[in-house]
Design a binder for this molecule. Structure first.
Ligand code: AMP
Length: 213
């Protein structure tokens, strides 16, 4: 099975795709956001920078991901989620992956029209207690009882950054920074585009299965 690098705007379905690969094919999932958030618990400066929405330095993120990749067991497929965010990161990541002999990868660009993404933002509901996320605008992702968490019965909320204005900013920043990265992988011949616009994601996951094998 090939290693996977996901490129997708927020709410395109990276979480669902990753969960599918982890559960069904034993992938390890490395999210740079999660790695950094853990580190930010002990580093106030990093925490403030991340809260401002800015990207951390290429040097920092690349050295952190190299450290993680050095520990990947042999023949263990993995997902990279959140990196590369810039063309420079994409080129450096290739050097790291080549050096560690981990260069059997496919880059998956999850493609969803912007108006559908906005619909998903509006439909997202989060549990303030156990942090489980639901979506009332995606089939099979809504809570069993309206407004209530399936797992801990807390009242679900709409996160403050799940507003159109905030989403617009995150989307724009994704498009600007990722466009050259997409071109880079397209020219390398390792880019696959999977459409994930339907509310029922069965077909998209079937395509994903074909792409990783
Ligand atoms: P995410 O959860 O992927 O949205 O990442 C949360 C935050 O972590 C981002 O807003 C950035 O500050 C930082 N971050 C995550 N991945 C990267 C990256 N590849 N390069 C730079 N900063 C990153």
């Amino acid at each position: 099975m090939k290693n996977v690098i996901f490129l997708a705007p927020p709410l395109a379905g990276k979480g669902t795709f990753s969960e599918y690969l982890v559960k069904n094919f034993g992938y390890l999932h490395y999210s740079t956001g999660d790695i950094l958030r853990k580190k930010a618990n002990e580093d106030k400066q990093l925490k403030a920078l991340m809260e401002s929405g800015a990207l951390v330095s290429d040097d920092l993120i690349l050295s952190l991901i190299e450290e993680v990749l050095q520990k990947v067991p042999k023949n263990q497929p993995f997902i990279l989620d959140g990196i590369p965010r810039t063309l420079h990161q994409a080129k450096k990541l290739d050097i790291i992956l080549n050096g560690l002999n981990l260069n059997q990868y496919v880059v998956i660009n999850i493609d969803v029209r912007k108006d559908i993404l906005i619909d998903r933002v509006i439909g997202r509901r989060s549990c303030p207690n156990c942090h489980r996320v639901f979506n009332i605008n995606i089939k099979g992702f809504g809570p069993k009882v309206e407004g209530v968490c399936d797992d801990c019965s807390s009242v679900l909320i709409q996160r403050e950054d799940d507003t159109l204005e905030s989403y617009e900013k995150r989307y724009q920043s994704y498009v600007e920074s990722t466009s050259p990265v997409i071109t880079y992988y397209k020219e390398k011949g390792c880019l696959k585009v999977i459409s994930n616009e339907k509310s029922d994601q069965t077909e998209a996951l079937q395509i994903l299965r074909g792409v990783i094998s």
